[in-house]
Ligand binder design. Structure first.
Ligand code: SF4
Length: 236
């Protein structure tokens, strides 16, 4: 575990987790990045997988430099109608079944939309083969939650191309949260004045009814519903 969030590991699993850098947990071995020997030794001790799955290609690496490298194609696609909408589907992962919402949402996005994704939640659906629009993959993996900065830079570049603000773009934020770092990302998006964020699968504990009222009134923050219903509302 490096900069990624850690939660209390099961006692039986503690031997298989290692931390480094600023991350640590009582009873979990901490290694320096210069000496990963204990981690490698433990991996070699384990039996590994008994069978493999067929190879497949997963495209990654769509930070702002890569995406904005084809900004002219993206802008042309929006202008000629081949790109109708952008969705940023990102945030934390978790085991609750309600988090399948995000996979289903991505699966149901229309063929003329681009899905930008980032953070742990993407691992549920980043193997989806959504095809491309004029050579631009429909599913663009922007990176980890720390790369929300990159997604904002992409959005800001689009605002310039279309002479509008972020809320004026055909762009919707579909966010899943779990950890305090994700809450910091959410607060950053609100600070930037981004509205209409769909948040789930549940609301953070600090979102009391009064706080929700403020967030709904000022930011139109919306708890997620169903993938079909939310898509219909967003694209109406
Ligand atoms: S996406 Fe969420 S769980 Fe994953 S590292 Fe970021 S804050 Fe932590």
């Amino acid at each position: 575990m490096t900069s990624i969030c850690i939660q209390k590991p099961k006692q039986t699993y503690k031997k298989n987790i290692f931390t480094t850098g600023t991350v640590g947990w009582p009873g979990v071995t901490h290694v320096s990045k210069q000496n990963l020997g204990p981690l490698v030794d433990r991996a070699l001790e384990l039996p590994g997988y008994t069978e493999d799955k067929p190879d497949m290609e997963i495209l990654v690496g769509f930070g702002h430099n890569a995406v904005l490298g084809v900004a002219d194609k993206i802008v042309a696609g929006v202008k000629d109608g081949s790109i109708g909408h952008f969705f940023l589907v990102g945030g934390c992962d978790g085991v609750k079944k309600s988090r399948n919402y995000y996979t289903e949402f991505v699966e149901k996005t229309p063929d003329n939309s681009i899905v930008l994704t980032l953070a742990c939640g993407k691992f549920k659906f980043y193997k989806q083969q959504l095809g491309d629009i004029n050579g631009i993959p429909r599913l663009l993996d922007v990176g980890q939650c720390n790369d929300a900065h990159s997604a904002v830079l992409i959005a800001v570049a689009l605002t310039k191309a279309f002479d509008t603000d972020v809320n004026g773009l055909p762009l919707s934020f579909i966010i899943s949260w779990y950890e305090q770092k994700a809450v910091a990302v959410l607060l950053s998006l609100l600070h930037l004045g981004i509205k209409d964020i769909h948040l789930g699968p549940s609301l953070p504990a600090f979102v009391t009814p009064n706080v929700l009222d403020v967030l709904v009134k000022n930011y139109n923050l919306t708890p997620i519903g169903t993938p079909e219903g939310d898509l219909k509302k967003i694209l109406a």
